[in-house]
Design a protein around this ligand. Structure first.
Ligand SMILES: NC(=O)c1ccc[n+]([C@@H]2O[C@H](COP(=O)([O-])OP(=O)(O)OC[C@H]3O[C@@H](n4cnc5c(N)ncnc54)[C@H](O)[C@@H]3O)[C@@H](O)[C@H]2O)c1
Length: 336
């Protein structure tokens, strides 16, 4: 079997998770780990295996002969290495966000179309157990989603300090809320119209409270709230989906309740005991990416798909800024 020769760029928290998954996949050899701080690269290289090299740049990973790179650097530093990989026909798994502007997301989409390398965007929640259950109930038409409520909060933008700096995050929505914006499209299809009221309440640098109304092409309507300073009241992340006399309700990535109908008992799936790498979807997204490289199957989240989620996020900012409803039907969806 020809093995995938993987390199990791950015040896921080999420890189540790992907590295452990790749180490457990016999189809993958981890060749090198790069970080601007050599000691960080060395520490993760050691965890990755005996012969894994520690280097300081993407170019050095290329020199080691990798054919696949995981880009796990901070939010605003994904685009340059991703484009570099695609131009060199290297497969690339980019952590979210894809980019922190629509123009850059478009650049990646175009580069991915031309490249022989596979692009994948890491949207782990699509494979998180609670959301797989929601997706399944909708896909099997057990629930027709007429309306939904989404909440994705942060407790503060104090720790770590860079979360308060839009130059580092790309803007609050590009931090955590991007996950559930992508989830909306994944569950309900494409968005037709976006209306958002937002405020800069606590943050010194940016909008930090958003009340969003999304109308989908299917007719489903979603209210989406996201606050950056709610003080970590549990659960920070929650969705409720309403069908005909039925409700699906999630609590973090831990628990999902399905109430199928009047006078029927509800089912609860509780994943509390399941290791987080598994229940948060990281193991499956990594396996599917490696499947795509080795077997030619479709990667979990293509550049076209990531572009559309970025477009949704940007239209929320645009509505917040202009006070206007944004009609996404009038925006080109040529990439669909
Ligand atoms: N999908 C998820 O659930 C999830 C979870 C956590 C983080 N993330 C995303 O992953 C990315 C990394 O997050 P993290 O929490 O691991 O951050 P982190 O700060 O722990 O790690 C980032 C690492 O990248 C290194 N780095 C910075 N610039 C670099 C460069 N130009 N070249 C090489 N190395 C560089 C830093 O030294 C650091 O070691 C972020 O974009 C974040 O949004 C996704």
């Amino acid at each position: 079997m020809v093995k995938v020769k993987a390199g990791i760029l950015g040896a921080g928290g999420i890189a540790k998770v992907h590295t452990a998954n790749l180490k457990n996949d016999e189809r993958v050899d981890i060749i090198g780990v790069a970080d601007i701080f050599k000691d960080k690269a060395e520490a993760l290289a050691k965890e990755a295996g005996e012969h894994v090299h520690a280097v300081e740049s993407l170019e050095e990973l290329f020199q080691l002969g990798v054919n696949t790179v995981y880009v796990t650097t901070p939010n605003t530093t994904h685009v340059e290495p991703v484009l570099n990989c695609l131009e060199n026909d290297i497969n690339v798994f980019s952590e979210k966000p894809m980019a922190t502007s629509l123009a850059e997301a478009e650049q990646i989409k175009e580069a991915a179309q031309k490249s022989n390398g596979i692009y994948n965007l890491g949207m782990n929640r699509r494979y998180a157990y609670v959301y797989k259950k929601v997706k399944d109930l909708i896909a099997t038409e057990e629930v027709t989603p007429h309306m939904a409520l989404f909440k994705m909060n942060r407790g503060e933008l104090l720790n770590p300090a860079w979360t308060a700096d839009p130059k580092a995050t790309g803007g609050f929505l590009y931090e955590t809320p991007f996950h559930l914006m992508d989830m909306c499209r994944y569950l309900f299809g494409e968005v037709e119209a976006v209306k958002c009221e937002a405020r800069q309440n606590i943050s010194e640098a940016e909008l930090d409270d958003f009340a969003i109304l999304l109308t989908f092409e299917t007719g489903t309507i979603v209210t989406f709230v996201t606050s950056a300073h709610s003080g970590w009241s549990f659960p920070f992340e929650k969705i409720e989906v309403y069908g005909k006399y039925s409700t699906i309700e999630t609590e973090e990535l831990e628990k999902v309740m399905y109430a199928p109908g009047l006078k029927q008992k509800a089912e609860i799936d509780d994943y509390f005991q399941v290791p987080f790498e598994e229940k948060w979807g990281y193991i499956e997204e990594d396996q599917l990416f490696i499947d795509a490289i080795i077997n030619g199957t479709k990667q979990p989240v293509t550049a076209e798909d990531g572009y559309l989620s970025t477009q949704l996020l940007e239209s929320i900012y645009e509505s917040a800024r202009t006070g206007q409803q944004i009609d996404l039907r009038s925006v080109s969806r040529s990439s669909k």
